[in-house]
Design a protein around this ligand. Structure first.
Ligand code: SF4
Length: 482
């Protein structure tokens, strides 16, 4: 049944519809705000993309809580507005596309209900409810889950609309005043934020360790999550829960390990997907499929769905099948995760060049199949399938050093903690869209530690315009007392 707005806005306009059911003609008057249709759809997309939503407020039209793990990548081409979103709706993890409109009837106006490209939509997002809300169907006949945003927004629509129209793309609010802020103040603030970020990460790891006091298992989960890069971190973490380290350690054959990971991830192609593939590719994949069939039956493994994984706009080196082959190499004999990883990393810390020793521990080279593939179905140009230095450094920064810091804390060794922190200062900065934003103002991170600080500044302050809780903003906005 359509969900009618319980509180129609005060300025309404009546739209009259007539329906004939049996012999009787019924008149239905709908009330909509006069300005509703004038709102640009791009505004609602912006609300969704930047999640201008109060934490915990989002619910489907049937009342089920919705947690947005990733809003999806904006789609500049035809088809749904956001691709590969990850959502927790109730207890279930959903991976799929999201379509956004000002109100629900646009789903039918745009004929998405007859377009199979929209069968991958797992959530419809409308700013306002109307008579169709809660009653949307896809072309495959499935009932579409839906949320309406207008009661969940972090600020009134009028203010958010003003922000949308006046905000320069991604510019920092304080950009024009950045050079007026003393360099010392900026440096100290970035240093404090880097510490804050590391403490937050350590607190999360401590909590995970309390739930399962096993540092090796924690390291395995963090490394797998790190191999997912930003786009596939969540499904990688899910995979690490489904294939725990204790299970992976029961196998030494790299092909069994790859079958275990790729099969559980739902990434092994169906035979029908291999019709265009060459003989060697078909043989390799079919071997993995047979191995996984045995492993799944033995351990009761339930594969994830392929749509959980994102390939869109990823560099081929980050494609999940190749990353899983590298994870299998880390679990195979000789790989860091195969045996006593904490002990081997501890030894690396005492090496004359601890950074080089830790990088060497993370080397992972999958088998020769991956010299000509980045995914299972098709061949690619020859390339090295080994984990590259940039990804190894990212794993050191985001997985290995935080877990080792937790270990140092449990060993009550402040000297080791500061040794690990020193390594973060020696690792190169990771250039990305956020650090480039500050770089354009003249503040370029010179190492991974400073990158951390800038990322944390952007994520926790700039994105939410929390300038009054930022020393840079206070310096600009509040004149010093005379
Ligand atoms: S939070 Fe600080 S750094 Fe970010 S925009 Fe505001 S004043 Fe600038």
């Amino acid at each position: 049944m359509p969900h009618l707005d319980p509180e129609p806005p005060r300025h309404t306009l009546s739209v009259r519809h007539f329906y004939a059911l049996d012999e009787t003609v019924y008149e239905l008057a709908l009330h909509e705000p006069a300005t509703r249709r004038a709102l640009p759809e791009a505004f609602v997309q912006d609300l969704w993309q930047h999640q201008r939503i109060r934490p915990g407020a989002l619910r489907t039209t049937t009342g089920t809580p919705v947690e947005v793990l990733h809003p999806g990548a904006p789609n500049p081409d035809g088809g749904p507005d956001f691709l590969h979103a990850r959502l927790r709706i109730g207890e279930l993890l959903w991976c799929g596309d999201v379509e956004v409109h000002v109100d629900s009837s646009a789903w039918f106006d745009h004929r998405h209900h007859t377009d199979p490209r929209y069968n991958s939509v797992v959530l419809h997002v409308a700013l306002y409810p109307d008579m169709w809300t809660g009653g949307l169907l896809r072309a495959d006949g499935a009932v579409l889950q839906e949320v309406t945003l207008y009661r969940c927004l972090e600020a009134p629509v009028r203010r958010l609309l003003h922000d949308f129209h006046t905000r320069p793309d991604d510019a920092l609010l304080c950009a024009p005043h950045w050079p007026d802020v003393p360099a010392d103040l900026r440096t100290e603030w970035i240093e404090a934020l880097a510490r804050e970020r590391l403490e937050e990460k350590t607190a999360r790891l401590e909590e995970a360790f309390r739930e399962e006091p096993d540092l090796e298992a924690l390291l395995y989960r963090e490394v797998l999550t790190g191999l997912g890069y930003a786009q596939n971190a969540e499904p990688m973490a899910d995979l690490a829960r489904r294939v725990p380290l204790s299970l992976a350690r029961r196998y030494a054959d790299p092909l069994d390990l790859e079958a275990l990971l790729a099969g559980t991830a739902g990434l092994l192609p169906e035979p029908a997907d291999l019709l265009q593939s060459d003989r060697a590719t078909v043989d390799y994949v079919m071997d993995l499929r047979h191995r996984f069939e045995r492993l799944a039956a033995r351990h009761g493994l339930e594969p994830m769905t392929r749509v959980c994984w994102q390939f869109f706009r990823l560099r081929p080196a980050n494609f999940p099948p190749l990353r899983l082959a590298q994870a299998a190499a880390l679990l195979a004999p000789g790989g860091l995760l195969h045996d006593d990883p904490i002990g081997r990393l501890r030894d690396a810390l005492t090496d004359a060049d601890p950074l080089a020793a830790m990088r060497a521990r993370l080397q992972a080279v999958p088998g020769p199949f991956w010299q000509h593939h980045v995914r299972y179905e098709t061949t690619s140009r020859p390339h090295s399938p080994a984990l590259g230095t940039t990804r190894i450094d990212a794993l050191l920064v985001n997985a290995v050093i935080p877990v080792m810091r937790l270990w140092a804390r449990r060993e009550a060794s402040p000297a080791l903690e500061s040794h690990l922190l020193g390594l973060l200062r020696r690792l190169p900065a990771t250039p990305n869209a956020v650090t480039r934003l500050y770089g354009a103002l003249g503040t370029r991170p010179s190492n991974a530690w400073e990158s951390h600080g800038l990322l944390h500044l952007h994520r926790t302050r700039c994105r939410h315009a929390r300038c009054l809780s930022c020393p840079i903003g206070r310096h600009i906005l509040i004149p010093p007392a005379v």
